[in-house]
Ligand binder design. Structure first.
Ligand SMILES: NC(=O)c1ccc[n+]([C@@H]2O[C@H](COP(=O)([O-])OP(=O)(O)OC[C@H]3O[C@@H](n4cnc5c(N)ncnc54)[C@H](OP(=O)(O)O)[C@@H]3O)[C@@H](O)[C@H]2O)c1
Length: 272
C-alpha cells in the first residue's frame, strides 16, 4: 500500500484526514511544525529521503487571512517558500505532491462558478501567498494535484459553524450577506482527496461542496438545523470591517465531487 506523508497534520483538516487515510489502508506519516518545518529546505529534504513516501498531502500553511495582511513575509515564507521547498524535493525524489489551495486565489468578480482553468487574481495577501505556492507546484512538479477548497469547517479547528453556535445566544447577531461561497466539511474534503488519489488524477481541481450560500444564509441554516431561535440579521462586508478584503463571489465548479453543503452540514451537526 502507498505511503503518504502529511504536512500540517495537527491542523483542522489534518486531524480529520489522517485517520481517514489510515482507515483506507494507507501508511501515514504525520508531520507538523514541531517535527517538520517545511520552511527549512535541508531538514525537509532529509525527512523526505528518510521516509521516502509515494505521496505528500501538503496542508501546512499560514491560514489567518486577516493577520496575513500585516504579516505578509511570514505568510509568504510558509505558503510560498515552504511549498517551493516541497515541490523541488518532490520532483527530485519522484513523489506526487498534493497541495491544498483556496478559493481566495480568485478576485470574486465573476458571477458564475469559477472553473479550475479560470485566471486567479487574489485580492488579499493570504490568497496571493497561496497562489505563489500553486505556481511553485506547477513550475517544479509534473505529478501534482492542486486541490482548491473553501470555507472549511470541522471539529478540530476554529471555524464558522462553531463560532455561530457559540454566538447563538447573542442579541442581534449580524452576519455578512454579500459574500457567496461553498462551505465544505473537512471529512467530505478528505474523502474527495482519496478519490482523486485512487483515480491517479493530475492537475488543478475544485474540491468543495456543491451548491452555494452567503455567510448569513449559512448561519441561518446552522440555527434551523439545530432548532435554535436566534436573533440574526444580515449585514454588509463594509459594516463588518475585517482587515483583509474577501472575494464577493468565490463559488467553484466542483464537478460534483462532493455532495450539497446542506446535507454535509446536517451530518456534521448530528455527529459533533
Ligand atoms: N480553513 C479554511 O477555510 C481553508 C479554506 C481553503 C483552503 N484551506 C487550506 O487548507 C489547508 C488546511 O487548512 P486548515 O484549516 O487545516 O489549517 P490549520 O488548522 O491552520 O492547520 C495548518 C497547520 O500547519 C501548521 N504549520 C504552520 N506553519 C508550518 C510550517 N512552517 N511547517 C509545518 N507546519 C506548519 C500549523 O501549525 P500552527 O498551528 O502551530 O501554526 C497547523 O498545524 C491549508 O493549506 C489552507 O491554506 C483552508
Amino acid at each position: 500500500m502507498e505511503k503518504i506523508l502529511v504536512t500540517g497534520s495537527k491542523g483542522m483538516l489534518g486531524c480529520d484526514l489522517c485517520p481517514i487515510l489510515k482507515k483506507e489502508g494507507y501508511k501515514v506519516i504525520e508531520t507538523d511544525i514541531d517535527n517538520l518545518d517545511i520552511t527549512n529546505f535541508e531538514i525537509t529534504e532529509k525527512k523526505l529521503v528518510k521516509h521516502n513516501p509515494n505521496i505528500i498531502i501538503h496542508l501546512a500553511a499560514y491560514t489567518d487571512v486577516d493577520k496575513a495582511e500585516d504579516n505578509i513575509e511570514t505568510a509568504r515564507k510558509i505558503n510560498f517558500e515552504g511549498t517551493k521547498n516541497l515541490a523541488k524535493i518532490c520532483s527530485k525524489l519522484d513523489i506526487k505532491l498534493i497541495y491544498i489551495s483556496t478559493d481566495y486565489v480568485f478576485d470574486g468578480l465573476k458571477n458564475s462558478p469559477y472553473e479550475p482553468q479560470d485566471k486567479p487574481n487574489p485580492i488579499n495577501n493570504y490568497g496571493l501567498s497561496k497562489l505563489e505556492g500553486e505556481n511553485a507546484v506547477k513550475k517544479y512538479c509534473k505529478n501534482y494535484i492542486i486541490a482548491r477548497t473553501s470555507w472549511l469547517y470541522g471539529i478540530y479547528g476554529k471555524n464558522f459553524v462553531e463560532t455561530m453556535l457559540k454566538l447563538s445566544n447573542k442579541e442581534n447577531l449580524k452576519v455578512v450577506n454579500d459574500q457567496t461561497g461553498c462551505p465544505t466539511w473537512t471529512k467530505d474534503l478528505s474523502n474527495a482527496l482519496i478519490k482523486l488519489i485512487k483515480e491517479n488524477k493530475i492537475g488543478i481541481f475544485h474540491v468543495c461542496s456543491s451548491g452555494q450560500t452567503t455567510w448569513y444564509n449559512f448561519a441561518k441554516e446552522i440555527f434551523n438545523q439545530m432548532n435554535l431561535k436566534v436573533n440574526i440579521s444580515p449585514c454588509t462586508t463594509e459594516e463588518y470591517k475585517s482587515t483583509a478584503k474577501r472575494p464577493k463571489y468565490s463559488v467553484m465548479n466542483n464537478n460534483n465531487i462532493i455532495r450539497n453543503w446542506k446535507s454535509a452540514l446536517y451530518e456534521y451537526l448530528e455527529l459533533r
